[in-house]
Every structure is written in C-alpha cells, then in structure tokens.
Write a protein that binds this ligand. Structure first.
Ligand code: FAD
Ligand code: SF4
Length: 510
C-alpha cells in the first residue's frame, strides 16, 4: 500500500502522527508553499521567512533520512495556488491508495481537507495531533456540563496528567498550584535582560528572505535582522539559551513592560513550539529540570509551565469545541474599524507606539504587550472583533487561528460573553504606568483623564465601564469599579465621557 503523506508548515516534526508507521520506500511525503496559505491574511514577512525556511530545512532533513519528498516551492505564477491543487496533482501522478495527514490548526483548512475524500476520490486519513497534551475529546469531556470554563482547574488536570512539578504523593511541588502572586514585579533595568537567542540566516534562509522581499513586499513588517531558528536543532539551542539566561527571572518580570527592551525574560519559543520545531512537553520538562536542579525558582518554572500546559492547551480546547460559531461572537456589540495606526505605529501613545513598532520589527511582542496594551486599547475603543483578530493573526510569527482566536476574541475582547475569562482585562493608564516605564516618555499625562493631553486609556476605560454597565455591573469581580465610577462627581464624569467621545471620534489622530 502506498500513501501520500501531507505535512503542513506547522507540523515540522518527525514525531508528527502522519508519519507514524510510514514506509520510506513506498510512501511519498508532500510539502507545499502555496499562495493561498501565504496570503489569506497579511502575514508578517518574518513569519513567512520562518515558515518557508523551516519547511525547506525540514524537507531536506527528511530526504537525508531516506524519505521521498515532493516539495512545492512558492512561485507567484504557479498554477498551484492551493494545497488541494498540489495534493491533487501528486495523487494523479503518484496514484497512492490513500492520503494521510495530521489534523490542521485552523477551521478554514480543516473544512477543506474534510472534503478531500469526495473531491480527490480516495480515502483521507486525518490523524489526531498528538503534540498536544489533551486531545480534543479529552478537553470536550472535561468541559462538558460546565457553564464557565476556568483555565486554573483544567491546568491542574494537566499537571496531574503529565506529573510536571508534582510530588510522588500527587501534591503540587512547593505547596501551591499557582505562584502568580509572586509574578508581578515592575522591571527597573536590573537585572539586565539577556539578548535573544540569534541564528544568522544560512543560504536557504537568505534565499527565502529574497523571495519574501520580492513577492510579499506589501505584507506587514520587515525581514531585516531575521534571527529566528529554522531547524529543530537550533530551536533546542534557543530553549537551552532561555533556560540558562532568562528562566530564572521569567516569573518575577512576567507581567513587566519596558520602554527599552523588546524581549525581557520571555522565552520567545512560541514560534518554534507552534510550527513543530519544539515539542511542548520537552520544553516543560527542561524547565522543570531547571527547578529540580536549583537553577530557577518555583515561581518562574511553575508560571512558565502553566502557560504551556495550561493556557496553550486550554485555548486550543476552546477553539475546537466552539468553532466555527466562536469566530462570529461579538457579545459587546463592537463595530469600530481597527485604527490604521495598528499597522503603522503612528500614534502619540508611547506604549502603543512601542508595542506596534516591536511587532513590526520582530513579529513578536510579549504577552502583556499583546494583552494590556494593544489588546486593552482595542477593547476599550470597541474595535470590531473580526478586525482585531485578523490583525493579531497577521502580525506575530507564532500566530495560528487555533491559538490567536481564543486569545483575542475571548481573552482580550471578551466577545464570547466571559466564557474564556471571568472578567474583561480592561485597564486604565494606571496599570501600564505600574508595570512599565513608558509613561514618563509619553506625549500624554497618565495622571490626567479629561484634559487634551490626558492619557487616552483613562477616559476610554471609564467610557467602557459606563457603556457596558448592563453586561458587567452584576459581575462580582467588577463591582468595585462600578462603585468607584458611581462615587465620582457628576460634573467630572460628564467631562470624562466627553473626553472619551472626542478621542473615539478622532481615533486616528490619538
Ligand atoms: P512566554 O512568555 O515565554 O511563554 C511561554 C509559552 O507559553 C509561550 O511560548 C506559549 O507557547 C505559551 N503561552 C503563553 N501564554 C499563552 C496563551 N495565552 N495562549 C497560548 N499559549 C500561551 N500565542 C501564540 O502562540 N500564538 C498567538 O497567535 C497568540 N496570540 C495572542 C494574542 C493575544 C491578544 C494575547 C493576549 C496572547 C496571544 N498569545 C499567542 C499568547 C502569548 O502572548 C504568546 O504565546 C507569547 O507571547 C509568546 O511569546 P513567548 O514564547 O516569549 O512566551
Ligand atoms: Fe500609554 Fe497613557 Fe502611559 Fe502614554 S500615558 S504610555 S498612552 S498609558
């Protein structure tokens, strides 16, 4: 029996389920860079370079290991624009008995592939993606019968399942499940943040950079200073670099934002984990080992592991449980277009300008910039969920629908009515001032709310609270905010609302 095995650009692992039991002498592996996938959104140029180069390296590796690989390189004039067209051609020439693939990470493509048996006229074996710790069914079973899903409880299940940071008696190491309370320090510049792990582009990557610059010049971002790893070997070196230099401080400064440092103590591993160059469990085991050997404290290691076996698995579970309807949610009724400065960084708000500029240069911004700066602003301004989701999907090297959508639509925009998060992550400028050193360098004054030079986040925050009273005043975690708002002098409240409305009317000029 001969199989055609399709490996997608985010499945770059020899452990991928599509390869299980495969026969190098009989089977054909197909990999393809196609126009439809490269341009269905305005993907950051660095994301395209990362994926095309990593795919080419992976295909070379497979060939060196003795596999037959059909690799379709991107060409703008190619008549093979879709994955289906490439697979159909290979089905025609190679005449396999069936197609095998691992389930993809996106509803759009999942629907297309589900139709292949009838469209291609042969069986298509779509296998579970075993790189995740919880299968889709396991998550659905856990979620079944729960009105609201809370990550913390799911996370504990994943700790028990993996045994990560668990004592032999089944208790959490360090006596607590979660050390988040220790992870909220502002960063004052000391200790110095390590430089990110860098790999200089090799010949393959340089060729891809030329291709992307030539054919995707309209896409967001830049290819300049491309330094991501594009092989699993180099991604492992990036993991080692993180464990040695950043993990010890990861917890303390997890929520910090800096005016001068793009990366702080974050791992910058999501681009590799999400495309298959690194295995999530291997990453967590390396972090746990650092705690066992006394190299990193428990608050750092637990916080890091929670992001991967907790949040990452949780958002994926929600995505597959509720798609395709989840993508249409807009429970706060937002309808404002995405301000253009999200693409240019042309705004006087220092925090926004810095986060967008880092995103443009690096195809990366850390979690708190995504959540509490660009995300918070979109929430307060009432941006249409679809547009802000599309922005996040385009601009980050780690962005795939299954992880981006729940983070943006659920966590940031609260558009799912609180299914993913119990309260919106709405915050005034005070939060950004507490966690960063941006405000001292800003055109706006963070202590002001009503004047022309007042921090926009302040008036917009109260406007958000005021306009969504029906949705949130009954939420026990929001009660204090409503009491604070109601206590304010009516004249001042009027001025705050007027200032917010002026800002919203002139949003492109903020
Ligand atoms: P670290 O801070 O070092 O965290 C370690 C790892 O934990 C990450 O590599 C990632 O694998 C995982 N992780 C942390 N938080 C989350 C989370 N909320 N959801 C899923 N995984 C998480 N992550 C993506 O991988 N792709 C996205 O498209 C994406 N979009 C996001 C959009 C918004 C609005 C927000 C608030 C978060 C988003 N995240 C996304 C989650 C998180 O911001 C990134 O995973 C993280 O910033 C990646 O950088 P890092 O590897 O340095 O992470
Ligand atoms: Fe951002 Fe407001 Fe601080 Fe300026 S003053 S950096 S807009 S929070």
């Amino acid at each position: 029996m001969a199989n055609l095995i399709l490996i997608l650009g985010d499945q770059l692992s020899t452990d991928i389920s599509a390869l299980k039991g495969a026969d190098p002498t009989n089977d054909l592996i197909v990999m393809a860079e196609v126009g439809d996938e490269a341009s269905y959104t305005n993907h950051h140029k660095k994301k395209l370079v990362l994926l095309f180069s990593a795919m080419r390296h992976f295909a070379d590796h497979l060939e060196r290991e003795g596999w037959k690989v059909h690799y379709h390189e991107y060409h703008p004039d190619s008549s093979f624009k879709s994955l289906e067209s490439v697979v159909a051609k290979q089905v025609h020439s190679f005449a396999p008995d069936r197609v095998i693939t691992t389930e993809c990470g996106e509803w759009r493509l999942h629907e297309q592939i589900s139709n292949w048996p009838s469209r291609l006229g042969l069986p298509v074996d779509i296998r579970p993606d075993t790189r995740f710790i919880a299968s889709k069914q396991e998550f659905a079973d856990w979620a079944s019968g729960r009105k609201q899903l809370r990550m913390e409880y799911f996370y504990r299940e994943m700790r028990r399942k993996t045994g990560l940071l668990m004592t032999p008696e089944g208790a959490p190491e360090g006596g607590h499940w979660n050390f988040d309370a220790d992870n909220r320090k502002k960063w004052s510049g000391k200790p110095g943040a390590p430089p990110p792990f860098r790999i200089e582009p090799d010949k393959t990557t340089q060729e891809v950079i030329t291709l992307v610059d030539r054919h995707f010049s309209e896409h967001f971002g830049t290819t300049e200073d491309f330094h991501f790893a594009v092989t699993s070997q180099d991604a492992r070196a990036a993991l080692d670099h993180f464990i040695d230099f950043a993990l010890p401080c990861f917890g303390d400064y997890q929520d910090a934002i800096s005016d001068s440092e793009d990366w702080l103590f974050h791992s910058i591993l999501s681009p590799y984990i999400n495309c298959g160059l690194l295995d999530p469990l291997e990453v967590c085991e390396a972090a746990a080992q650092a705690w066992h050997s006394g190299q990193a404290p428990i608050n750092a290691v637990e916080g890091f592991i929670r992001q991967i076996i907790g949040w990452r698995e949780f958002v994926r579970g929600i995505y597959w449980l509720h798609m395709p309807d989840y993508a249409k949610e807009n429970r706060l009724g937002n309808n404002r277009p995405l301000p253009w400065f999200y693409w240019t960084g042309d705004t006087r708000m220092r925090c926004m300008q810095k986060a967008i500029d880092a995103t443009r240069r690096n195809a990366y911004a850390h979690h708190i910039q995504r959540l509490m700066v660009t995300g918070n602003f979109a929430l307060l301004a009432g941006v249409r969920p679809e547009e802000i989701c599309d922005w996040y999907l385009a601009v980050y090297a780690d962005a795939y629908d299954w992880v981006e959508l729940p983070n943006v639509l659920g966590m940031v925009m609260h558009a799912d009515g609180g299914y993913l998060g119990s309260k919106p992550y709405a915050a005034s400028g005070k939060y950004i001032q507490r966690m960063s050193d941006h405000c001292g360098n800003c055109h706006y004054k963070v202590k002001k709310a009503t004047e022309e030079d007042a921090c926009p986040f302040n008036a917009l925050y109260w406007h958000f609270i005021d306009r969504h009273r029906d949705q949130f005043s009954g939420n026990p975690r929001m009660g204090m905010m409503y009491r604070n708002w109601d206590r304010q002098d009516p004249g001042r409240k009027e001025k705050i609302i007027a200032r917010a409305e002026t800002l919203l009317e002139n949003i492109e000029q903020i």
